[in-house]
Design a protein around this ligand. Sequence first.
Ligand code: NAD
Length: 261
Amino acid sequence: MTTPRRVLVTGSAGRIGRAAVAELAARGHSVVGFDIRPTPGLPADRSVVATLADDAALRRAMTGADRVIHLAATPDDARYPRGTPPDDGDNFLSDLVPNNVVGPYRVMEAARTLGVRRVVLASTGQVIDGHLEANNVPVTADSPYRPRYLYACTKVFLEALGQVYGKEHGIEVLAVRLGWCPRDVGQVAEIAADPQCQDVFLSPGDAGRFFAAAVGAPTLPPFAVVYATSRHTHALQYDLSDARRLLGWEPQDRWPEGVSV
Ligand SMILES: NC(=O)c1ccc[n+]([C@@H]2O[C@H](COP(=O)([O-])OP(=O)(O)OC[C@H]3O[C@@H](n4cnc5c(N)ncnc54)[C@H](O)[C@@H]3O)[C@@H](O)[C@H]2O)c1
């Protein structure tokens, strides 16, 4: 039986956040959402509407949590805050640095000072994307970084940050390199058109079950990197054995099972 935990989920109103919140709540955990918009499926008193830049709001929301799932970020295809034309293709200075570099630092500092036991960080397969391009698969957790572009660089930083906090501050930090959980019908069409994308597809259901397993695992090492995708259709791209070994997690879906946006 799973021990009920108090879990703070940042980015809880997003594609993956909604799936994580639903699965955690179904398993009896006490979930607090933290997002710039209300989190579907959570009552107002559990759905904190605030930005990562608001340290006081973040600390209030995290107080009492023994697990944090940090998902809030600027994804590679979205801009937050949306505004004037980008500095470069990834809006590095205006979006990615404040949200994906400073944001995780604020989360880890809050976790450290509040005594949170475990933090799960949402990284991406894009940090090793060059191996997929070279068909050097399946990629493992210790394959050297081969980031796609600047969004992926921020996730390399995220993993390094997690490693430091795990090693120096006794927090269990799990960085998960997520596969592709599509956010809109355009992304679904892109996956449908490309066999390799189908092999890194991550269904919302498998994502939710992954985060529930990450919350429920009794102990974890100070720092670990794992991959999470649904089952492959053509060829295995990411090595899932560490997620299986550490968390007992096994994907259930295979493209296009469970796809929803
Ligand atoms: N979906 C994928 O295929 C995929 C793949 C790899 C990694 N990831 C990572 O997983 C995480 C979740 O991705 P997603 O697909 O659910 O993205 P999403 O855009 O659907 O959700 C992100 C959520 O974070 C919130 N958010 C953004 N900036 C915020 C801020 N400053 N303060 C508070 N909330 C903020 C947004 O409002 C949104 O609800 C991200 O870190 C992303 O980089 C996603």
